[in-house]
Design a protein around this ligand. Structure first.
Ligand code: HEM
Ligand code: HEM
Length: 244
């Protein structure tokens, strides 16, 4: 627990986010941006495009683990701690306008909604990505996939804009709470006392192993990924639509 001095007042920094939640956050950001940048800058005929698929599936897997942590994790990692009430969301936005600040030790109402929306959309991307490379109705899933990709980037931009506005308006470096896990002057009932490093190591090991397993099961010659009994085909010989 660190002590910092702002405007001559003593402000205590206390732990609210455990390590698995913080690592998940930056894994989500990194994996999403990697998949998105590949999708927007690299031709889907390129051998590099496979990383789009592998990274996207790994992100989907890490979200499944985060969902489990949302039920068994520490206080503010739990979904039951998220602020979903529409009234809270309204008063949070009002507070941004008026500067009236109700403090949220865990996820504030805007980031609670954004977090769930981002997790659902990224899971949808992994699922539609899987479906469009492994079975019929390719085009339908492709349209859905692109829609979800655009929806997710818009939500991410709103999320990061929200973090910036909160930081400026409430003079609280909220972004750092996803780095060191701490917020300022948290009521004692909201403090967590264990950052769960062992769970963090298990999480990182599982996610890396899953990514490596995918990589091992990919055959660059046929551009096929063998995954739990199904075959995902990246790019097809019919090669339609590759002119643009
Ligand atoms: C691609 C970029 C990003 C994505 C996909 C993303 C996604 C997420 C997700 C899924 C959560 C919920 C975390 C959980 O409960 O497990 C979250 C929360 C949060 N994110 Fe991000 N994020 C991104 C960028 C950033 C950046 C750049 C910052 C700060 C500089 C940031 C700061 C935060 C904070 C502070 C929270 C918790 C909010 C609160 O305490 O109310 N995020 N983000
Ligand atoms: C976070 C995860 C993912 C994101 C953000 C994402 C995003 C996108 C976006 C935005 C596009 C459209 C690119 C364009 O503008 O033309 C795209 C295309 C594509 N994605 Fe994903 N994707 C993800 C996961 C996956 C997964 C898991 C797979 C396969 C298992 C996959 C397979 C593909 C393929 C094959 C295309 C090319 C479709 C075409 O021919 O137009 N994606 N993705």
């Amino acid at each position: 627990m660190a002590l910092i001095i702002i405007n001559g007042e003593n402000m205590k920094q206390q732990l609210v986010y455990d390590l698995p939640t913080r690592i998940f956050h930056w894994a989500f950001a990194g994996l999403f941006l990697t998949a998105f940048i590949i999708a927007k800058t690299i031709d889907d005929d390129s051998p590099i495009y496979v990383y789009h698929m592998l990274v996207g599936l790994t992100l989907g897997f890490s979200i499944l683990l985060r969902i489990v942590w949302g039920f068994f994790g520490t206080q503010h990692a739990k979904f039951s701690d998220f602020a979903f009430h529409p009234k809270d969301l309204l008063s949070y936005f009002k507070g941004i306008l008026t500067g009236d600040k109700k403090r949220w030790a865990g996820h504030n109402p805007a980031s609670s909604w954004a977090a769930v929306a981002m997790m659902v959309m990224a899971l949808g991307l992994a699922l539609t990505g899987y479906l469009m490379t492994s079975g019929p109705n390719k085009e339908t899933f492709e349209d859905l996939h692109e829609l979800l990709g655009n929806g997710l980037i818009i939500t991410v931009i709103l999320h990061v804009t929200g973090i910036i506005i909160h930081t400026v308006r409430h003079k609280e470096m909220i972004g750092l709470s996803m780095v060191h896990g701490q917020k300022t002057d948290v009521p004692s009932a909201e403090i967590i006392f264990n950052s769960k490093p062992t769970v963090a190591i298990v999480f990182v090991t599982l996610v890396i192993s899953f990514g490596l397993l995918l990589f091992k099961n990919y055959d660059s010659q046929s551009r096929q990924l063998h995954l739990f009994g199904s075959v995902l085909q990246l790019g097809e010989s019919e090669d339609y639509g590759s002119h643009h």
